[in-house]
Design a protein around this ligand. Structure first.
Ligand SMILES: Nc1ncnc2c1ncn2[C@@H]1O[C@H](COP(=O)(O)OP(=O)(O)OP(=O)(O)O)[C@@H](O)[C@H]1O
Ligand SMILES: [Mg+2]
Length: 232
């Protein structure tokens, strides 16, 4: 797996080396394994606020597995993952859930509920983690859908829209709770080159307008964080 820390066209490149800023995300000496099968060891990288990190590598090299470790779906047994300088690995369950609430995740397969409309899909995390009324949730869902170019598609089911639109709806859902850090696992996988490029452009536009980062595309994984503009 090749990891690249790149600012993708903004001025944040090299910020960690030039300024005394603690990284937003730090992965230290991480070892990834399934039972006795070690996928990769000695993984080290940092992501600064406002930075987009793209992780590229061939199929099966461990990109999705890395995402699972970073968001707490897999328990770290060797190494550490830190957010804003605090160990996510050593955190209590409560502290960990608090950090997890700042994440937005777009999974490789999109993972929309097929029996729910787009507005309902985006409303699910809002129902679970906020005390907003049904009307407010619907309004917010519409707003998130319009951000990804899906205004007017609130009442469509995932099966009634195209693959690229499903990816965009997944992105809208990942942004439902205004996450500080966005994780994308191959958001453009399975899309034609034009849709794929449009999605990449949309991700960068959202980063610039909303100030978010860590994302991923093709065989990559990226991430980003909110309030990035304050840093860059
Ligand atoms: N649940 C699992 N149990 C055992 N091994 C697994 C499991 N999930 C993945 N692996 C193995 O771990 C390795 C990394 O898989 P992973 O899904 O992270 O790859 P990837 O880089 O995301 O690939 P792709 O680009 O195809 O999505 C592969 O060899 C895979 O077979
Ligand atoms: Mg994968």
């Amino acid at each position: 797996m090749r990891s690249e820390s790149t600012a993708l066209g903004d001025s944040n490149s090299g910020i960690l080396s030039s300024a005394k800023v603690s990284p937003e995300i730090e992965v230290r000496d991480l070892e990834m394994s399934y039972g006795s099968y070690v996928v990769m060891r000695d993984i080290n990288f940092t992501v600064a606020k406002g930075q987009v990190l793209v992780i590229m590598g061939g199929s099966g090299c461990g990109k999705s597995t890395l995402l699972k470790y970073m968001i707490g779906l897999k328990e770290v047994t060797h190494g550490d993952v830190l957010y804003k300088g605090e160990s996510f690995v050593k955190a209590s369950q409560e502290e960990r859930e608090e950090v997890q609430r700042t994440f937005g995740v777009l999974y490789q397969a999109g993972a929309l509920w097929s029996s729910r409309t787009l507005a309902e899909n985006i409303g699910l995390p809002l129902e679970e983690y906020t005390k907003l009324s049904a009307k407010e949730i619907r309004e917010l869902a519409s707003l998130k859908l319009s951000l990804v170019g899906l205004k007017g598609f609130e009442d469509f089911y995932p099966s009634e829209i195209s693959g690229g639109m499903r990816k965009r709806a997944g992105l809208a859902r990942a942004m439902a709770l205004d996450p500080e850090i966005l994780f994308f696992d191959e958001p453009s996988a399975g899309l034609d080159p034009i849709s794929s490029r449009r999605l990449d452009e949309l991700i960068l536009q959202l980063r610039d307008s909303l100030g978010r980062h860590f994302s991923g595309r093709g065989d990559e994984t990226h991430a980003g964080s909110r309030r990035s503009k304050g840093i860059g």
